[in-house]
Design a protein around this ligand. Structure first.
Ligand code: GLN
Length: 296
């Protein structure tokens, strides 16, 4: 099992043997390419070396402790846990975020939304008060606090467990965000207080579950993902109401959306009185974001 006995009687663990075991144990479940991807993530995470290090050092020997980490990771993957829960973290906007099963794993699309906001508001002067609704790991709020240092950032989530993690992530990334436990559907919001409101709320329909990867639908928090089939815009209705009250004149609303409902979210925003409502596409060409402005 990845060990050779050498003359001194000490076990030597060869990393390439571990890789071989990963493929043997996991290829039928995930496919060879995906397993290679997992393995390289583990090499970077547990051994702190770039993936090509093994190609350059084919007889790379790891310690018994390191071997133990690889095998614990292998067992978790075999049970179907998503890679980033197994690793316990993910990089988002070049910042490290700790993750656990109480929060959604940050997605690349959400990074696109955050980049867009940073680019648009980089030069804004204070006050720049930002509110993130349904913050989860805190990835949106914390990245905005980091890259818009003039901002004062607030964030809510319904889950106290998610907020504990978000607080840890804020302090590990050396930013200050004011977190509070609150339900988006029953929130008290200060009138005309925020310059930006942003949210990536639950937007996956129950009926879309069948099409989803089991590692997402069975492992990630359902409260962060799903809405009933007959209320696809459930959270958008509450968010737009709160944003109409909470945004200062000329304030900006940024939302991540289900690609199937670009037009519907746009119509909703226009109906409640927002202006400059625009649907934007993600890198895959799907309708993924909507932005709008509070009428002056
Ligand atoms: N984009 C996520 C997914 O496809 C869903 C995020 C959300 O519901 N806000 O799993």
């Amino acid at each position: 099992m990845g060990r050779d006995r050498i003359s001194s009687g000490v076990y030597k663990v060869l990393l390439k043997e571990i890789r071989h075991i990963f493929h043997k144990e996991l290829d039928h479940q995930y496919g060879r390419e995906e397993v290679e991807h997992f393995f390289h993530h583990f090499v970077e995470h547990y051994l702190g070396q770039p993936r090509f290090h093994l190609a350059m050092h084919p007889n790379w020997i790891i310690s018994r402790e390191e071997e133990g980490e690889f095998f614990r990771g292998l067992a978790a993957l075999r049970q179907g846990q998503p890679l980033h829960y197994v690793l316990g973290s993910k990089v988002f906007m070049d910042l490290n975020f700790r993750l656990n099963k109480h929060v959604l794993i940050p997605r690349p699309e959400t990074e696109e939304l955050v980049r867009l906001v940073i680019a648009r508001h980089q030069e804004d002067r204070p006050p720049l008060r930002i509110l993130d609704l349904g913050t989860g790991s805190g990835c949106i709020a914390i990245s905005l606090a980091k890259y818009l240092p003039q901002a004062e950032v607030f964030a809510i989530d319904i889950s106290g467990k998610a907020l504990n993690l978000a607080r840890e992530n804020a302090s590990a990334n050396d930013v200050s965000v004011q977190f509070s436990e609150s339900d988006m559907t029953h929130m008290e919001i200060e009138a005309e207080f925020y310059q930006i409101i942003i949210s990536n709320p639950p937007y996956v329909l129950e009926e879309e579950k069948a099409l989803m990867d089991p590692h997402v639908k069975d492992a990630e928090p359902a409260t962060a993902l799903f809405v009933p089939d007959d209320r696809p815009l459930l959270f958008y209705e509450y968010i737009t109401g709160a944003a109409r009250k909470g945004l200062a004149e000329g304030g900006h609303l940024y939302l991540e959306i289900n690609q199937r409902f670009g037009q519907e979210v746009k119509d909703l925003l226009s109906e409640v009185g927002f202006t400059e409502v625009e649907v934007l596409k993600d890198l895959h060409g799907h309708d993924r974001f909507v932005k709008a402005k509070q009428r002056i």
